[in-house]
Ligand binder design. Structure first.
Ligand SMILES: NC(=O)c1ccc[n+]([C@@H]2O[C@H](COP(=O)([O-])OP(=O)(O)OC[C@H]3O[C@@H](n4cnc5c(N)ncnc54)[C@H](OP(=O)(O)O)[C@@H]3O)[C@@H](O)[C@H]2O)c1
Length: 287
């Protein structure tokens, strides 16, 4: 019986147990999956507990994704590139850190038939998720990426970080000012919200000052999945613009974690994907 966990703080809101229990059942994997609250200062002792407890793998969420790096023995090339870890595997006496956020994001767009090649994208936010999204966009040959963040220095730092790793990528940091955002949106095909604007106490806010800034031939992607429709997504709906929320990425990054843990070829076919999406949507909308 394999044991898996998701850890973070807070963790009560996590949909990962529901998602992974579904995977375990459907792929006939003998295992259990639980959520455990782990504050930052207890991470090291928690990892000792998981080792004693014969744990197979753990999903790592906010605020532990960077801190966990120092506790790993090895990083996969993907975790190395992104510089943070959202999945660890206990294997051969070692802790191996991996990151499935970038590939999960790419897969979620592939599943909806969206092609990133030669597109221009705006990323709102400059935190850990933004870094993974930038890597995913570059790998999928996005033509240009503009980074807009409340804290402009962090947007610059992320743009520099990306340029250092991918010198050929066309990346810029823009100030979060209405006329600048408006101009950037004119030629943009995809906007991705990686900030927490739209959830919790910021639920009534959007990274866009107005739905009028959106135009046809655009995809609006919000990494948030709670609420199911953020203010940004409702702005997109108002203008009949195609949108995706964070549920698709959650499913795809979780599936990549599972494959990493069990080291077996698995296929997430369309029927299973739709069933899973509907289940998670019901769960989120029930609240
Ligand atoms: N769907 C999925 O599978 C998935 C996967 C990963 C992450 N996520 C989601 O992505 C989001 C970000 O995660 P993260 O790890 O990148 O967090 P993070 O590193 O803490 O970054 C948070 C971002 O939000 C911005 N922000 C915070 N408060 C703000 C405010 N009041 N006004 C404007 N901007 C504000 C920050 O801007 P400053 O730099 O100015 O502080 C920063 O850009 C979370 O909602 C997380 O749940 C979803």
């Amino acid at each position: 019986m394999k044991k898996f966990y998701v850890i973070g703080d807070p963790i009560d809101h996590s949909l990962s147990p529901l998602l992974h229990r579904f995977f375990l059942e459907r792929f006939n994997i003998a295992g259990e999956y639980q959520a455990k609250k782990v504050p930052v200062d207890e991470l090291s002792s928690a990892i000792d507990f998981f080792i004693q407890n014969n744990t197979s793998g753990i999903n790592i969420t906010t605020p532990l994704k960077e801190k966990i790096v120092a506790l790993t023995d090895e990083l996969t090339p993907e975790a190395e590139i992104i510089g943070s870890v959202n999945t660890i595997k206990f294997f051969d006496g070692k802790i191996i850190g991996h990151n499935t956020d970038a590939i999960g994001f790419q897969q979620s767009l592939l599943k909806s038939g969206y092609v990133l090649k030669d597109k221009q994208a705006i990323i709102f936010g400059a935190g850990g998720a933004a870094r993974a999204i930038a890597v995913g966009l570059i790998r999928a040959q996005c033509q240009k990426i503009s980074i807009i963040n409340r804290n402009f220095d962090k947007a610059i730092a992320l743009a520099n970080w990306v340029t250092n790793r991918f010198p050929k990528a066309h990346v810029e940091a823009l100030r979060n000012e209405v006329h600048i955002v408006e101009a950037a949106l004119q030629n943009c095909h995809l906007i991705v919200n990686t900030t927490i604007v739209g959830m919790g106490s910021l639920a009534d806010r959007s990274v866009l000052p107005s739905a009028e800034l959106l135009h046809d031939n655009m995809l609006v992607y919000d990494l948030i999945y709670r609420p199911y429709r953020t203010t940004l997504i409702r702005q997109a709906e108002e203008k009949n613009i195609v949108w995706q929320n964070g549920i698709d990425m959650l499913i795809c990054q979780g599936f990549e974690s599972l494959k990493f843990w069990i080291d077996r070829e698995l296929t997430l076919d369309h029927t299973l994907y739709v069933e899973l999406r509907n289940m998670l949507r019901r769960e989120v909308c029930r609240e």
